[in-house]
Design a protein around this ligand. Structure first.
Ligand code: CP
Length: 326
């Protein structure tokens, strides 16, 4: 059981192995079959920052493997608000549980926590730094979506749009994508919210083509358009975030005008559906290339695979199968 703290721990073989196991999770995720392979195991699900998908899908993924989940949500309901260190919290929770998933607003906090943990820790997002399990489910989704039109990740063109400075999902995803071959990246953001230069340098050093621009028009004819939310919670003030909200909106009209006929639209979610932001309009909901809910669904498969691999039970899924009584 290794921690999963950063996507830099993964190479292409390891990623493919995770994806192979994720595919094997499909019948359990869709309730065609059940497995009790993690019966008796406990997940400590610690979310010190708001979350819907990551928290619930980590929990459900563990339940679907037969395990139990104990949660803490919000800083104020945790003893961290009384001055307890991440190290002490980790020592305590890790003796109550077999694996821990954690999200925290500070970059580096989950790695610091892991130093005190006796069990594997999975990073569910640490500030603007990384969101490795999201990047894996995004990559899994990209592979699946492209495969349906006979394409591969190697050679594809991805446009990333929005808050590329504070968006941890695009940081982690870019680091994974640089492991593939001959990609084209179009990075579309206000100049103030550009992708960190170390990540751009790493992509270019790996031989990929990078275009940086602050114009949406004319730059969306990619295989994948990955839209993001302005990460208001990382800005010094709401007023400053508001300078950028609503700048790069995608809707069906923009899609028809600038995207390819089969451009896949992705977003890690949540999309900010308030009128002043609305980066991904509801009028795209009927567009078959809108993959945002398939991404969220794939999160279950990938997180089930990561738990099975972390706890070393990926070979035992069928051995512990049981009947579906409902
Ligand atoms: N994509 C994602 O991390 O969503 P949540 O913030 O709802 O977990």
């Amino acid at each position: 059981g290794e921690h999963i703290l950063s996507v830099s721990q993964f190479d292409r073989d390891t990623i493919q192995h995770v994806f192979n196991i994720a595919h094997q999770m499909q019948p359990y995720a869709s309730r065609q079959k059940r497995t009790k392979v993690l019966e008796g195991a406990i997940l400590g699900n610690l979310f010190f920052e708001p979350s819907t998908r990551t928290r619930v899908s980590f929990g459900c993924a563990f339940n679907l493997l037969g395990g139990e989940v104990r949660e803490t949500t919000g800083m104020e309901s945790s003893a961290l608000s009384k001055g307890e260190s991440l190290f002490d919290t980790a020592r305590v929770i890790s003796s109550y549980s077999d694996v821990i998933a954690m999200r925290h607003p500070q970059a580096g906090s989950v790695a610091e926590f892991a130093l005190g943990s006796r069990v594997p820790v999975l990073n569910g997002g640490d500030g603007a730094n990384e969101h490795p399990t999201q990047a894996l489910l995004d990559l899994f989704t990209i592979e699946r979506e492209l495969a349906s039109s006979g394409q591969t990740i190697d050679g594809m063109h991805i446009a990333m749009v929005g808050d590329l400075k504070f968006g941890r999902t695009v940081h982690s995803l870019s680091k994974l994508l640089k492991l593939y071959k001959n990609l084209r990246f179009t990075l579309i953001s206000p100049q103030e919210l550009a992708m960190p230069s170390d990540i751009v340098d790493a992509i270019q050093s790996a031989g990929h083509q990078v275009t940086v621009t602050d114009a949406l028009e004319g730059n969306l004819n990619a295989d994948i358009v990955y839209q993001t939310r302005i990460q208001e919670e990382r800005f010094p003030s709401k007023e400053e975030a508001n300078l950028y909200r609503g700048k790069f909106r995608l809707n069906q009209e923009i899609y028809t005008r600038y995207c390819k006929s089969n451009t896949v639209i992705m977003h890690p979610l949540p999309r900010d559906s308030r009128m002043e932001a609305n980066e991904l309009d509801n009028d795209l909901n009927l567009n078959p290339n809108l993959a945002i809910f398939r991404q969220a669904d794939n999160g279950i498969l990938v997180r089930m695979a990561l738990f099975a691999l972390t706890l070393g039970v990926e070979h035992l899924l069928t051995k512990y199968e049981c009947a579906v009584p409902w």
